[in-house]
Design a protein around this ligand. Structure first.
Ligand code: GDG
Length: 724
C-alpha cells in the first residue's frame, strides 16, 4: 500500500535516560500535532533523529522497537555528527546566512562534509523504508540535500520539501561556498514550500542565477524535471490554544497571575535563545519606555521567557550574558521594593503556563530581527478568547504577512518599538477587539490542519501534472510506433527547426553552426526515397543557405519570409514590406544602448533584439519594457511581437512558420508528417498540422505538440533510429 513518510531532523519525541535505560514520550510541538493526522495512520512513518546519542547496539535495538510502536523510525547520530552536521553546518553556516546574519557564518569544509554525509545517512534510511509510489515529505534546512539524494536513487517517488526558516535574498545565499550543491539537493523535490512569498521569490531568484535552469512563473525545470515552488504559511493548532484557556490547570494559573499582578499590566515575550529573535533590542525599547514615560513605573512589567538553546556556541553564550547584563541594568535602575520591571526566566515551561500567560498578558511583544514564521504570535492570538489584547509584531517575521492587524514594527527602530508599546497600552478596547477578531479569523482558517492539507493536495496535483508530462514523453514504445508509421508510409515530410532542436542553445549565436555528425544525419535522412526534409528556422536565409544550400533539403528561413526547395532558388514571400523597420529600429537601439550585452539582429522582414548575454534580471526587465513599447507601435502596422528564449522578435504578421509549413503540404500528398521544434514560433506549426501528424516539442513540456523530447541529443537519436 502507498504510504507517506515524514522526514525531519528531530523526531517528535522526548527521550530520557535513567540508569542507562531510555524512556520515550511523544512531544507535542505544533508540527507534530499537524502531522499527527498523517504519520500515526496506517503504515505511514516519521523518520528523524531521536535527540540523544545512543551508541550501544542493544539499546539502539530497543529504542527502534519502542519507536516503531509510535510509527517513528530513528536515525542514530554520533556526537561528532551532531557537532559537525547539526551544531556546525546547520546552525553555524545555514542558520546565520538564512537569517541575514552572515557575519556569524562559518564556512568550514569539515562541517560541509559532515552535512553531506549525514544527509546521506538520512537518505539511506528513507530508502530502506520507501517504495515507488510513496510520498516523502522532508522538512527544513538540516536536510536540504535529501530530496536530491532520494531522487537519484528512486526517480519516480513523490518528494515534497518544506523550509521552516527564511530563504534569504540571493545576495546572502550566494556567499555559501556550497550554494549550487544545496540548490541541486532542494530541486530533487517535486514541490517546494516556504512560509512567505518573499522566501519563494528569493529561492526562485537564487536558482535562476546559480544553476542552468529554466523557470517560468513558479516552476523550475532542471535536469528535465519540474519543481513547483509555492508559499504555504504554516498555521498552529488554534483550537488547542483556545480550549486550553478553559482548562482547570490553566484557569488556576491565570488566577495566580491575577493575584501576583494586581496593579501591573503585562507585556509578554517568549523566544528561544537566539540572535535572530531581537531580544536585546526589545529590552532596549522597554528601557526607553521606562525612561521616557515615568508614568508607567510600577505599572508595567516585561515578562520575558527565554528558552535555553545552543548555549555552548560562543555567540549564544555571549547573547545570554548580554541579556543577563541588560536585564540586571534595567532592574537595578528602575526597580522598587514591590516592583520588578523585567521578570526574566531562562528556562522552559509547561504549555499550561504558556497558555495562562497568553491569556493574561495585555500585550504580546514579538520582535525578531528575522523569523521564518513565528508561532508564538499566532498562539497568543488563538488564546485570546475575549478578543482583547494587543500583538506587537516585527515586520521581519513571516507571520507579519498574515497578521496585518497587529501593530507592525521594524525591530531595528528602538523608538518605534517604544511607541508601539505606549500605543498598545493606550489602545481602546473596541480597537483591540476589532484587530484581534480579524487576526483570530486568519489564525483559525489557516491553521495547521489546513496547512498540511494544502501542501499534500498540491503535492498530489504536482505529481499528476508530472505523470501527464511523462506520458507525453517519447518513450521507447512511442518511438517504435513512430518508426513503424515511418516505414509503412510512402511519402514522408519532416519539418525540423534548427536552434534548440538540432543543436544546443549557444550564448554566441554565430557559434551554433552545424557539426559533421548533423550533416551526416541529415544527408542520410534526405537520401531515403520518399522523404522530404524541410529545415524551418527563424535564421536569416543567407545563413541557412550557407549552411544547408548544398544539401538535398528544403529550406524555410526567417519564419517563412524566404523559402527554397531542394533544387530551386530562394524566393521571397510576395506582398511583404519592410518600411516599418525604419521606425522601429531606433526604439530597439535606445534599449540596446541602455543594456550592456544586448544586440540587434536585422533580417529581411523582421528585427530581433537579443539579450542572452545581459545580466540576469536586467535583460528580463528591459524585455518587458520593450514589449510594452513595441506593442503600442506595432498595433496598427500589421506586425507581431514575439517573445522567445532571450529574444524579442518583431515581424510581419503574415509570416509564420505554421503558414509556411502548410504551404509545403499543398505540393504533395503525404502519408507521414512529422514536426520537431523547441520554441514559441514552432507552436504555429504544431497547431496547423493535420491531427495525424506527429508533433514533438523539444526541451519544455508545455506545448500544443503531442509529444516531447528532452534535448537536441534525443532528437538526433530519434531521427537516426527512424530507418531501423
Ligand atoms: C522554526 C522557525 C517557524 C516556546 N517556549 C516554550 C514553548 N515554546 C514553543 C512555542 C512555539 C514554539 O516553541 C516556537 O515556535 P517558533 O515559531 O517561534 O520557532 P521555532 O520552533 O524555533 O522554529 C520559525 C517555525 O519553525 C515553524 O515553521 O515559525 O520561524 O524558526 O510553539 O509555543 N513551549 C513550551 N514551553 C516553553 O517554554 N511547552
Amino acid at each position: 500500500m502507498r504510504k507517506t513518510i515524514i522526514v525531519s531532523n528531530r523526531l517528535p519525541v522526548k527521550i530520557a535516560e535513567k540508569d542507562g535505560e531510555f524512556t520515550l514520550q511523544a512531544s507535542e510541538g505544533g508540527l507534530a500535532t499537524g502531522l499527527g493526522s498523517i504519520y500515526r495512520e496506517g503504515n505511514n512513518i516519521w523518520i528523524g533523529w531521536p535527540g540523544q546519542e545512543i551508541s550501544d547496539p542493544k539499546q539502539q535495538e530497543k529504542v527502534i522497537k519502542d519507536l516503531r510502536k509510535m510509527n517513528l523510525v530513528p536515525v542514530f547520530l554520533t556526537q561528532e555528527e551532531i557537532n559537525n552536521y547539526y551544531e556546525g553546518f546547520s546552525n553555524e553556516t545555514l542558520w546565520p546566512v538564512f537569517h541575514y546574519m552572515s557575519v556569524y557564518a562559518r564556512y568550514d569544509q569539515g562541517y560541509w562534509d559532515a552535512y553531506y554525509q549525514v544527509n546521506k545517512k538520512f537518505t539511506d534510511i528513507i530508502l530502506q523504508h520507501a517504495a515507488p509510489g510513496d510520498v516523502i515529505w522532508v522538512h527544513d534546512y538540516q536536510l536540504l540535500l535529501v530530496p536530491g539524494m532520494i531522487r537519484n536513487e528512486m526517480p519516480e517517488v513523490s518528494v515534497g520539501f518544506f523550509q521552516h526558516i527564511p530563504f534569504p535574498s540571493y545576495e546572502l545565499f550566494r556567499l555559501i561556498p556550497w550554494r549550487a550543491e544545496l540548490l541541486e539537493g532542494m530541486l530533487g523535490a517535486d514541490l517546494m514550500g516556504f512560509h512567505t512569498f518573499d522566501d519563494t521569490r528569493h529561492f526562485l531568484n537564487a536558482v535562476s542565477r546559480i544553476l542552468p535552469v529554466n523557470t517560468s512563473a513558479n516552476v523550475v525545470n532542471y535536469n528535465d524535471r519540474a519543481t513547483v515552488v509555492e508559499t504555504f504559511p504554516m498555521g498552529i493548532d488554534d483550537k488547542k490554544f483556545s480550549e486550553l484557556g478553559h482548562s482547570k490547570a490553566v484557569l488556576e494559573q491565570i488566577q495566580s497571575l491575577k493575584e501576583n499582578f494586581r496593579e501591573e499590566r503585562m507585556v509578554l515575550s517568549i523566544d528561544r535563545l537566539d540572535y535572530s529573535k531581537g531580544i536585546l533590542q526589545r529590552l532596549q525599547a522597554f528601557e526607553l519606555l521606562l525612561q521616557l514615560y515615568p508614568e508607567y513605573l510600577g505599572k508595567v512589567v516585561l515578562y520575558m521567557i527565554v528558552v535555553p538553546s545552543r548555549d555552548t556556541v560562543p555567540q549564544y553564550k555571549e547573547l545570554r550574558d548580554e541579556i543577563d547584563k541588560q536585564v540586571g541594568n534595567i532592574n537595578a535602575r528602575f526597580r522598587t521594593l514591590s516592583w520588578h520591571p523585567v521578570q526574566y526566566f531562562y528556562r522552559s515551561f509547561p504549555v499550561e503556563v504558556l497558555s495562562a500567560l497568553y491569556n493574561f498578558a495585555d500585550i504580546c511583544l514579538v520582535t525578531p530581527m528575522r523569523d521564518g514564521m513565528n508561532l508564538v504570535s499566532k498562539e497568543y492570538v488563538a488564546s485570546r478568547n475575549n478578543d482583547d489584547g494587543v500583538l506587537i509584531l516585527s515586520e521581519m517575521a513571516g507571520a507579519s504577512k498574515e497578521l496585518i492587524d497587529a501593530i507592525i514594527v521594524n525591530p531595528n527602530n528602538i523608538g518605534a518599538m517604544t511607541h508601539a508599546i505606549t500605543d498598545a497600552l493606550n489602545m481602546p478596547l473596541a480597537e483591540q477587539q476589532r484587530r484581534m477578531r480579524q487576526m483570530r479569523q486568519m489564525v483559525s482558517k489557516f491553521n495547521i490542519h489546513h496547512w498540511v492539507k494544502l501542501f499534500m493536495t498540491r503535492l498530489q496535483e504536482v505529481n499528476t501534472m508530472q505523470q501527464n508530462m511523462l506520458a507525453r514523453r517519447v518513450s521507447p514504445e512511442t518511438a517504435v510506433q513512430i518508426r513503424q508509421q515511418y516505414r509503412e508510409a510512402k511519402r514522408r515530410i519532416i519539418f525540423l527547426d534548427y536552434d534548440g532542436t538540432l543543436v544546443g542553445f549557444q550564448t554566441n549565436i554565430d557559434m551554433a553552426s552545424p557539426d559533421p555528425d548533423l550533416y551526416q544525419l541529415l544527408r542520410e535522412l534526405a537520401a531515403v526515397p520518399g522523404n522530404d526534409v524541410v529545415m524551418i528556422s527563424g535564421r536569416k536565409h543567407q545563413t541557412l543557405g550557407e549552411w544547408f544550400g548544398h544539401m538535398p533539403l528544403d529550406l524555410i528561413a526567417e519564419h517563412g519570409a524566404w523559402q527554397k526547395t531542394r533544387e530551386g532558388e530562394w524566393y521571397q514571400l510576395p506582398g511583404l514590406n519592410d518600411h516599418w523597420k525604419e521606425e522601429l529600429l531606433p526604439i530597439l537601439e535606445v534599449t540596446t544602448d541602455r543594456t550592456p550585452g544586448s544586440f540587434i539582429e536585422e533580417k529581411s522582414f523582421s528585427l530581433v533584439w537579443h539579450y542572452r548575454k545581459v545580466e540576469s534580471g536586467l535583460g528580463e526587465l528591459r524585455a518587458n519594457e520593450l514589449m510594452g513599447t513595441l506593442r503600442y507601435y506595432t498595433q496598427e502596422k500589421g506586425l507581431q511581437v514575439l517573445p522567445g528564449d532571450k529574444v524579442i522578435e518583431v515581424k510581419n504578421i503574415e509570416i509564420n512558420k505554421g503558414k509556411a509549413a502548410l504551404s509545403w503540404l499543398h505540393h504533395k500528398k503525404y502519408d507521414f508528417i512529422m514536426a520537431l521544434g523547441d520554441d514559441v514560433t514552432d507552436e504555429d506549426i504544431f497547431k496547423v498540422l493535420p491531427s495525424k501528424a506527429i508533433t514533438i516539442k523539444v526541451g519544455s513540456q508545455v506545448s500544443a505538440a503531442q509529444y516531447y523530447l528532452r534535448s537536441h541529443h534525443e532528437v538526433r537519436h530519434l531521427l537516426r533510429t527512424l530507418k531501423k
